[in-house]
Design a protein around this ligand. Structure first.
Ligand code: HMH
Ligand code: TZE
Length: 223
């Protein structure tokens, strides 16, 4: 069994909980509270900048020149999507640049990007890639799952379209091929670390949506 088949099976319950999370179900139905989506978009812009930085470090650690290209282009792609959030959703939902800049990273976002950056800088390429994989793969899968259910004139349709696009889906396929090849040559200790990194990333994906759904703020900021 390939690493990707194995890791997907091991984390299936967590994936089901993610796709069935009310944030994603209401996003598909078009009924998601506008303020929950605004919370999400602001945090996701913070997230994508940090994710882009993690991808750039990953590119530097890659073994094969093709992978250097893939992950440095991925880093650029994350920033392109981050910028499109400002010109797209933030403009559409009336979020000003000042509101974005004055909103600190949520606990969930801070936790997730700290995990990604620490892993990117300190672990070996196969383990780093396993930490980065949930971001790619879970979004591609959630997009595929909810596109079929998406309501007509869904105000969140553009979000769904980003992740079901051929470009994004093909990028995910390439990452899966790369990680499966790495796993074939990995020793038992590396494989164990890869599984742990993937699961932690997948847990943080769930938490990121849950945090937006609850419009989480830091406890000391609650007025
Ligand atoms: C939190 C999060 N995970 C994954 C993606 C996919 O790029 C995203 N935009 N945000
Ligand atoms: C993972 C990811 N998310 C948005 S862009 C990007 C890199 C894909 O090219």
């Amino acid at each position: 069994m390939s690493f990707s088949q194995d890791v997907w099976a091991r984390n299936l319950d967590l994936y089901q909980a993610t796709v069935n999370h009310p944030f994603n179900q209401e996003l598909a139905a078009g009924t998601l509270d506008k303020d929950a989506f605004i919370h999400y978009v602001i945090q996701d812009a913070h997230y994508l900048l940090a994710y882009g930085r993690s991808l750039a470090v990953t590119g530097a650690k890659a073994y094969h020149p093709d992978d250097v290209i893939q992950f440095t282009e991925g880093a650029k792609g994350a920033i392109v999507v981050e910028r499109s959030l400002h010109d797209g959703f933030m403009a559409d939902f009336g979020i000003s640049q000042a509101q974005f800049e004055n909103t600190p990273l949520s606990m969930a976002c801070h936790h997730y990007v700290s995990f990604l950056q620490a892993t990117a800088w300190s672990e070996t390429f196969p383990v780093v890639l396993a930490a980065l994989l949930p971001c790619y793969w879970i979004y591609a899968q959630v997009g595929n799952d909810i596109v079929a259910k998406s309501a007509p004139n869904n105000p969140y349709q553009k979000w769904v379209d980003t992740y079901v696009s051929d470009e994004f889906q093909q990028a995910v396929e390439k990452v899966l091929q790369t990680i499966d090849k790495l796993a074939e040559n990995a020793d038992a200790n590396t494989l164990e670390k890869m599984h742990a990194a993937y699961t932690r990333g997948a847990e943080l994906e769930w938490l990121f949506w849950d945090s937006a759904y609850k419009r989480e703020t830091w406890p000391h900021m609650i007025k």
